[in-house]
Design a protein. Sequence first.
Length: 187
Amino acid sequence: AGNILSQENAITRFVARKLGLAGQTESEQALVDMLYEQYWCTFRNNGISHEGEHYSIEALKGLERRGGPRYQEMRRVNNFTRGERSLAALGVFEERLESSETGFLVGDTPTVIDLALFEALFELAEADNIPDFATRFDFPKLGAFLATMEARPRVRAYLESPRRMPRYSRPGYVYKPGKYSPRPSEM
């Protein structure tokens, strides 16, 4: 018998703790939680959608360069575009990586927030999205982070394995081709 967990964030944090991906110290664990909440509220649009008001790859596609305020300067209710809010969300993690001496968001090994950010950036960099996002929007740390995480042997092995869930478009969950994204019939 064990715990029955039903909420995505509770499950994510439980698994992160079990696998040693939640931070090594209490301070690191708090930072991981804080950054994961930031990711959830922006990149995942408060759990509602991967494409929404706080972060939108479609809105970013229409932009040619980085502009607008930092996320910390935006009021909760604002008149910024989805693209500006998306850039500000990315900027939070660019700034965090700028202050990191390890190349990871928290500590000296990957945590659950590193994996979450990697997944979001990997999707952003797909050929049908914005493969040059790091140079286009002047996010060198995010670009380096994406390359470093993708090159990690265990991450690479997962990406190339049939265990990886294929990309799909929303709504409707229709297969969408992409880097290392096997067709469901090939799995």
